[in-house]
Design a protein around this ligand. Structure first.
Ligand code: 6PG
Length: 242
């Protein structure tokens, strides 16, 4: 496993710009190397300003969008037009404004059950990777204050899934079902980056990076790419205790 690379930026503005620049560079390198790039997006609030930056012409014009394929690392089990949908958020802030072919966007489906959504997405992934090496080129991840990432929440069965590429999680504190990529599948990826900012997550980040290995409590610790590169892009506030 390659040693994780950590970059700390002095303030939120530099952090957002750095994350957008990182995305562009990684996508460009993948396309140059293999002719396409598969990316799994994260949800939540952290990426919103970054997605808005990436929608700007000076960023969007740097990407061959017909060579990009978009997936999600996790999704709330809600219709795609629901205010909580990660798919809706990314489309409204970014993807609707760039010339990516619609059939290059693979939302996690909202099926009759969360389990059916996960099963359907697993099939989507396997179909996409059918004649490709089964590894995403870039995975974007956030970090929750409770140490979760994607929808890999503490003390849930999804953490221990060793074979499936997707799983479902019921999150009691959110009273919601979610579908998530498993750590097993994320760890097959070429590049995995955490984008984390804010003083409120500083204690959790220190525990994840420097505390004892306890992935049931801190699922972000499960993310360790087998042969890929793990990146931590942080702002100064969240990294203050490192
Ligand atoms: C989601 C995300 C989730 C998120 C963390 C951090 O669906 O909400 O995928 O894993 O990245 O909860 O969320 P914030 O960026 O809002 O702090």
């Amino acid at each position: 496993m390659l040693k994780p690379i950590t970059h700390i930026y002095p303030d939120l503005s530099h952090f957002h710009t750095a994350c957008a620049d990182f995305f562009i560079k990684r996508v460009q390198i993948a396309i140059a190397a293999q002719g396409y790039c598969s990316v799994a997006l994260c949800g939540g609030n952290t990426p919103k300003p970054i997605y808005q930056l990436l929608a700007q012409p000076e960023y969007a014009s740097q990407i061959r969008w017909d060579k990009v394929f978009i997936f999600w690392g996790d999704e709330r089990w809600v219709p795609h037009d629901h205010i909580d949908s990660n798919y809706r958020m990314a489309c409204e802030l970014w993807l609707n404004q760039v010339p990516i072919p619609p059939d290059h966007i693979y939302p996690i489906p909202y099926e009759q059950t969360a389990e059916a959504s996960a099963a359907s997405y697993g099939l989507t992934l396997r179909t996409f990777f059918n004649n490709r090496s089964p590894r995403l080129d870039l995975v974007l991840l956030g970090l929750g204050e409770d140490g979760h990432t994607a929808s890999l929440f503490p003390h849930t069965s999804a953490l221990h899934e060793k074979n499936a590429w997707t799983s479902t999680v019921f999150v009691p504190k959110l009273n919601s079902n979610r579908t998530t990529l498993t750590a097993t599948f994320i760890n097959q990826s070429v590049h995995v980056t955490f984008w984390v900012e804010g003083q409120k997550k500083a204690a959790t980040l220190k525990q994840v990076l420097e505390g004892p290995y306890s992935p049931d409590m801190l699922p972000a610790q499960l993310i360790c790419p087998q042969s890929g590169q793990l990146w931590w892009l942080l702002d100064g506030a969240v990294a203050q205790n490192l």
